[in-house]
Design a protein around this ligand. Structure first.
Ligand code: ACM
Ligand code: ZN
Length: 548
């Protein structure tokens, strides 16, 4: 939280509490993502430290959300609002109750005589609270002492159009601590996202403790330099110190719980057959060459991948996935599948024998064999496999889900075979790309993805109504090559995450000027939380030009 100097806070407190004249409120209601229906009236409802949040006895499932709502006022009022389970009628209050709505849907009526929140499920109530947070004045958001606040008279009905709204967090390239991951989860919650694809294994680091294979985190979680950037290759490295980290299984359980309390499911990503150098360095028999692997300090696609010929590779991966399944209680398990060069498989006697024995056409078909074999294991354990576009190579089983960043390579063929798809077009959803002029931005991945490009996301672009039914989700991605701190992660995500959620949750006709107007309420929230974020420039006020 950003802190006002103490003296100033005291003066404000005297002004506000002493005479009770100044009760802060916002002037105009602006919400991101855009609710289905929103109308603002003339009046207001006054909330004081005595205003009760009331739950009916039938709605104790909403108790956590009621407490989250109560805590929004805790700093400013000196204590959270009282939460009362009992008769929901009576004196002016905030009433919270279940309603016949979609699970993530909610209604929020703010009248002069009280607030009424109806929720399809605890998730819906949680999103109502996130919306209400955007209606609070900065004084309350920043925790200034006030005697009360007013909410503008407003009617909102809301529900998301897409049920799977995800962010990828890459902790392989740079490690983020448990507390930092929780902070990223807070950002997701604020933006009403509900899936975290947690990229837990990479060439440059293995981040999840696997009890059966301790070398993965003893050796595979560390590389011998921190931060070698392509632009700096050939120069003496800045920071030639070992770098790494990992999550114990207890820490993973803690993060899964923290996310679940915010209605976010975590989809673990365990990369295979490529992006596996950290595993190969830990257990060299997993690779075709069987020796001399190191955890690389440089980025880029590596030739060395899991050997698809030896059964021991699959036994290892099934053990790993078995432990992963025990930690993440959700249906989807992501197995990567992207960027797997085939050179080692071409030269490996074991891989070639597999191709002959299984009657496979080539190395692409061997990748398909690999993915299908892993999918059988996951299916037998009640899980669904998710993978990047390349899991299409050589054919795919119908129940796998394709995470598609490439329209032509991945999306088209997934649509043809009827596979479910999560859309993540890189032109709109790769938030490791530059947000503005590379001259004035921190070093980033090469692409250009200003706020307007994030807002130009249309997950259904060019699809027939029939095909849109295959689009089960939408995702944005924070790859970590150039992002090594939480502040920098926030800078890359904010405010592009707001554009992403506006186009994912809300949909409808794009209206960029209207989005920019509503974005001010999000920026106010970022400011109140003291978040690092990218400030808009004149260039950001122009809508995205259509590009091919
Ligand atoms: C990816 O962008 N390597 C999935
Ligand atoms: Zn091999």
């Amino acid at each position: 939280m950003k802190r006002k100097p103490l003296l100033l806070s005291c003066c404000l407190a005297l002004l506000c509490c002493g005479c009770g004249r100044h009760i802060p409120r916002i002037e105009s209601v602006a919400v991101v993502p855009r609710p289905v229906v929103l109308t603002q009236g003339e009046g207001a409802f006054r909330i004081t430290p005595k205003t009760e949040i009331r739950l009916s006895p039938d709605d104790t499932a909403l108790l956590r959300e009621a407490r989250t709502l109560a805590s929004l006022f805790a700093e400013s009022f000196g204590r959270p609002l009282p939460v009362v389970a009992g008769d929901i009628d009576g004196a002016p209050a905030i009433r919270l109750h279940g309603a016949d709505l979609p699970p993530e849907g909610y209604t929020l009526h703010i009248g002069t005589d009280g607030v009424d929140i109806g929720a399809g499920s605890p998730a819906g109530a949680f999103y109502a609270v996130q919306t209400l947070r955007q209606l609070l004045p900065s004084a309350v958001l920043e925790g200034e002492r006030t005697a009360g606040t007013e909410l503008p008279e407003t009617e909102i009905r809301d529900e998301p159009r897409i049920g799977y709204r995800a962010l990828l967090l890459d902790v392989g390239r740079h490690f983020f601590t448990t507390e930092e991951v929780k902070s990223v989860i807070d950002l997701m919650a604020m933006h009403k996202l509900n899936r975290l694809q947690w990229h837990l294994t990479e060439d440059q680091g293995w981040r999840i403790e696997i009890e059966k294979y301790p070398e993965l985190t003893r050796k595979g979680a560390f590389r011998d330099r921190c931060d070698m950037r392509p632009a700096e290759e050939g120069r003496p490295e800045k920071d030639p110190q070992p770098y790494g980290g990992f999550y114990t299984q207890d820490e993973i359980r803690d993060i899964v719980r923290y996310a679940a309390e915010r209605h976010i499911q975590i989809v673990p990503e365990i990369e295979m057959p490529g992006h596996a150098m950290a595993a190969l360095a830990s257990y060299p028999r997993l690779g075709c060459l069987g020796e001399s692997y190191e955890v690389p300090s440089q980025w880029g696609v590596k030739e060395d991948v899991y050997c698809a010929g030896r059964d021991s590779t699959f036994l290892f991966l099934e053990d790993v996935l078995g432990e992963v399944i025990g930690l993440f209680p959700y249906e989807y398990v992501h197995i990567g599948g992207d960027e797997c060069p085939k050179a080692r498989w071409k030269a490996c006697p074991d891989c070639q024998r597999r191709i002959r024995d299984e009657g496979l056409a080539d190395e692409d078909a061997l990748q398909s064999y690999f993915v299908k074999r892993i999918e059988r294991f996951l299916s037998a354990h009640g899980r669904r496999l998710v993978g990047w576009d390349e899991i299409r190579q050589g054919g795919l089983s119908p129940s796998a889900i394709v995470l598609s960043r490439k329209r032509e390579q991945g999306l088209r063929s997934a649509l043809e075979t009827g596979n479910d798809v999560i859309m993540t077009p890189y032109m709109n959803c790769y938030f490791d790309y530059y947000q503005g002029d590379p001259e004035t931005e921190p070093l980033a991945f090469g692409g250009h993805l200003p706020l307007a490009a994030a807002y130009a996301l249309d997950p259904y672009e060019g699809l027939s109504p029939e095909q849109t039914r295959q689009i089960v989700g939408v995702q944005c991605n924070l790859w970590g090559e150039f992002v090594s701190t939480l502040d920098h992660a926030r800078y890359m995500l904010l405010p592009r995450l707001a554009a992403f959620t506006d186009r994912s949750w809300s949909g409808g006709e794009p209206d960029y000027p209207d989005f920019l107007r509503r974005l001010t309420s999000m920026l106010r929230l970022y400011d109140a939380c003291g978040y690092e974020y990218r400030k808009l420039t004149a260039a950001d006020s122009l809508p995205e030009q259509k590009r091919d």
